[in-house]
Ligand binder design. Structure first.
Ligand code: F6P
Length: 547
């Protein structure tokens, strides 16, 4: 049997059968039956994080069957192939080695017969040297002023990762430094950023794996023109523009001095690249020690993923639960709810990580898939989300599983805030799980002295069906290290799901088509005659824009 027959495979069929017995079981009953449920369905990674997955629609049998699915998919063998540098990105013939970038053990990792670790260490040393120089003032702008502002110009993986880390680690930032991120090709993004900065104290980090991405290149050229307009001296550029890329030649053509380029390699996928020199902005903004702590945290999660049995393996369990809801309960979207304002950007980051990786319809045997793959990832920090979209999660018709993520201690202690935040976080997951029956609503309304008439009219609207699954992830503090572990955990979750769905999680052909069409349309915009080489809608819109 090939993996194309996933839905006919023994493990899948057993899960299908099991689903019919469990689909109507209420979690509140499962909790009532088993006082040990929290202990049974939670995993602690010492000094790192706690995953409580007891508020899921699962029993022992569910987890046994899900782990059997993972074994049937050869998760462990695929994991080992990834870590040992096998070219598992089959459509681009590449290894997938973002893990090597945080390989704190320094063990050799061989690609095409060569150990990649010495190059990784050399680039890390370069990042340390450079960021230290910027912080100490050894590296100064063209007129001798200290650098106070970093502007990262990049998009997708060359923006979302470093942007998330810098935003969520603000409490650890170097004193006197500001970081800005420009990604959108809408001029507004660059122009509004430039309004608040001085060229003489600004360092632009041009971050692009390919150094061909249209938006980044245009933003970089416009930033360069702005800089030259203000400074008027080409030779000043090298003090204010550095590049992070795999494409040294194109970066040179842009005018960046090779000594100010920070290399990485084609075996680092864009959305997995924050651990590479794409993290330069992180090292600049937070300092190299914090960047290394981030790498260490990720390394610890890599170790956990590699060494822990599937039944106790945090990313594996999270991946299996995601498959359980996506493929058996038909849950098509997945919520990420950080109860930490610092993690505001986490849902955006995970959108690219998950949706660009697993939004696929062709399997690894080049066949069209007829089961569901990646879910829609979305979310916002609590408690704000509670006052916006949680209503639909509680009483809407869709099932939307969600992760609730929270540090126990805050980096900003104002009396009572953290307790209020935590009680809200738990109140939501409790409400999602328990719901409220009509009998409970009626009893509550009677106690409040409501009339029979009011009860009849209002009670049905106050019913919560409950049985809505959530995971809770807790850690002591949101530090570079815990953030590293958290992000690596989601990377491995996405990896495991991709293996189960038999897809290549490491290419992104879906975004290429639009890039090609945008190039054609850009040419049409410069023609004076009406266009007729597209469909009627596109032709009409082009002509309307031009007119
Ligand atoms: O949009 C596709 C994509 O290739 C992403 O995967 C990538 O992170 C982003 O574009 C940016 O690419 P680059 O770093 O090459 O500019």
């Amino acid at each position: 049997m090939t993996m194309t027959d996933l839905t006919q495979s023994p493990a899948w069929l057993k899960l299908q059968e099991h689903y019919s017995t469990i689909k109507d079981v209420q979690m509140r009953e499962l909790f009532a039956e088993d006082p040990q449920r929290f202990n049974k369905f939670s995993i602690t990674m010492p000094e790192t994080l706690l995953l409580d997955y007891s508020k899921n629609r699962i029993t022992d049998e569910t987890m046994t069957l899900l782990c059997a699915l993972a074994r049937q998919s050869n998760i462990e063998q695929w994991r080992d192939k990834m870590f040992s540098g096998k070219a598992i990105n089959i459509t681009e013939h590449r290894s997938v080695l973002h893990n090597a970038l945080r390989n704190c053990a320094d063990t050799p990792v061989i690609v095409d017969g060569q150990d990649v670790m010495p190059n990784i260490k050399a680039v890390l040393a370069h990042i340390r040297r450079f960021s230290d120089q910027v912080h100490s003032g050894e590296w100064r702008g063209y007129n001798g002023k200290k650098i106070t502002t970093i502007v990262n110009i990049g998009i997708g993986g060359s923006d979302l990762g470093p942007h998330l880390v810098c935003e969520s680690m603000k409490a650890f930032a170097q004193e006197g430094l500001k970081a800005h991120f420009v990604s959108n090709v809408d001029a507004t993004h660059l122009v509004e950023t430039l309004k608040n900065i001085e060229p003489e104290t600004t360092l632009f980090v041009i971050a692009s794996k390919t150094f061909t991405t249209q938006e980044t290149m245009l933003n970089a050229h416009s930033a360069r023109s702005w800089f030259l307009e203000q400074v008027g001296d080409e030779s000043a550029i090298e003090k204010h523009f550095v590049a992070v890329t795999t494409n040294i030649e194109l970066a040179k053509e842009f005018g960046i001095n090779e000594a100010n380029m920070f290399e990485f390699w084609d075996w680092v996928g864009g959305r997995y690249s924050l651990w590479s020199s794409i993290g330069l902005s992180i090292a600049l903004y937070l300092g190299m020690d914090h960047f290394e702590a981030l790498l260490e945290g990720a390394y610890e999660m890599d170790q956990h993923f590699q060494k822990t049995p599937l039944e106790e393996n945090i990313p594996v369990i999270m991946a299996l639960l995601g498959v359980w809801y996506n493929n058996f309960f038909d849950a098509k979207s997945y919520g990420i709810m950080p109860y930490s304002q610092y993690l505001d950007r986490l849902p955006d980051y995970l959108q690219q990580l998950d949706m660009e990786s697993n939004g696929k319809t062709t399997d690894r045997n080049n066949k069209r898939i007829h089961y569901s793959t990646g879910a829609v990832i979305w979310g916002k920090p609590g408690t704000n989300g509670q006052h916006a979209f949680f209503q639909l999660l509680h009483q809407g018709t869709q099932l939307i599983p969600a992760d609730f993520i929270m540090p126990i201690e805050s980096e900003n202690s104002l009396e009572e805030h953290q307790e209020v935040l935590f009680s809200n976080c738990l109140a939501q997951t409790e409400a999602f799980m328990k719901g409220k029956t009509i009998d409970e609503v009626i009893a509550e309304m009677k106690q409040q002295g409501c009339t029979e008439e009011t009860i009849e009219a209002i009670a049905p609207h106050k019913v919560f069906e409950g049985n809505k699954p959530t995971n809770t992830l807790l850690f002591q503090r949101l530090t570079p290290k815990t953030l590293g572990s958290l992000l690596a955990m989601y990377e491995h979750k996405v990896f495991v799901q991709g293996i189960i769905w038999n897809i290549n999680s490491f290419d992104q052909w879906g975004v290429e088509y639009g890039k090609v069409l945008a190039g054609q349309i850009l040419q049409d915009l410069s023609k004076t005659d009406p266009v007729n080489n597209h469909d009627a809608s596109t032709n009409g819109l082009i002509d309307f824009f031009k007119s």
